[in-house]
Design a protein. Structure first.
Length: 130
């Protein structure tokens, strides 16, 4: 799998298709449709259109095997999540993470588990950056 950064934006529905592909690949269009349809009904033509868009955006690719196409991602899930996280923080919070976390804290959206995990991440960051 190629781990280069995604250079184009992915829509919410394109992400859902990509997410279904990340579950297990390579996968045929019908396998992707089946995975997506577990949560809500998807029209076959819609999914195939979204797959085609992701191929054109160089986010996924395919191998032709006889009469079928097997799709696979060109970007790792972690790479995509990191890119989107940075983009969100940059767009909405001027590149600062603290206002994002404060927003969750002020709206009582953080669980004790979230707080403990954040403390652990900060402690590890401090150790690695001393």
């Amino acid at each position: 799998m190629i781990t280069e950064t995604i250079k184009t934006d992915i829509t919410k529905t394109e992400f859902e298709v990509l997410d279904a592909l990340w579950e297990q690949y390579p996968a045929s269009a019908n396998e992707i449709i089946q995975r997506l349809s577990q949560n809500k009904p998807w029209h076959e033509k819609t999914v195939k259109t979204l797959i085609s868009r992701l191929v054109k955006k160089h986010v996924i690719d395919f191998d032709k095997q006889q009469r079928s196409y097997l799709y696979f991602p060109l970007v790792e899930r972690s790479t995509y999540i990191q890119k989107e996280s940075k983009s969100l923080v940059s767009r909405l919070f001027g590149g600062k993470v603290a206002p994002l976390v404060a927003g969750f804290a002020n709206s009582d959206s953080l669980s004790q588990e979230d707080v403990d995990e954040l403390k652990s991440l900060i402690k590890k960051w401090e150790q690695d950056n001393d």
